[in-house]
Design a protein. Structure first.
Length: 130
């Protein structure tokens, strides 16, 4: 019998993988002005580890050592999106980012974030759609 994950569960920030290797300084500044108490973020499971699919800035700024997460059904139910996130996670791991704490040395300005990350992801989607 396959083990079914609970709908919402907590995972330590140290164990939580990332699907992006940078944080946008502008976005961090925006969220740092908000009071972040409890957050709930989407994840996918890959090779027995959970990876954020969104909310990296909020997870990074959270004062808690653990985060409430849920399985991202939108990504999991789409083979092409799931495969894309596997690629993004591998790119991220190749750059030495294994958990949310590793992003502390990878905070860049908005323009660099777009050039280094958003454009790379968009190029990936353009390549696979050819």
């Amino acid at each position: 019998m396959e083990r079914i994950e609970p709908r919402v569960f907590r995972i330590s920030k140290e164990e939580l993988g990332c699907s992006q290797p940078y944080l946008d300084k502008t976005k961090l500044k925006y969220f740092s002005n908000c009071e972040i108490k409890e957050i709930l973020l989407p994840v996918i499971k890959l090779e027995n580890k959970y990876y954020l699919t969104d909310g990296h800035s909020r997870a990074f700024l959270s004062k808690s050592d653990s985060i409430n997460v849920y399985l991202d059904k939108e990504i999991i139910s789409s083979e092409s999106l799931y495969e894309a996130y596997k690629v993004f996670i591998n790119w991220t791991k190749d750059l030495g980012v294994n958990n949310i704490y590793d992003l502390s040395e990878r905070i860049i300005n908005e323009i660099s974030f777009k050039e280094k990350w958003i454009d790379r992801c968009e190029n990936y989607f353009q390549e696979i759609s050819k």
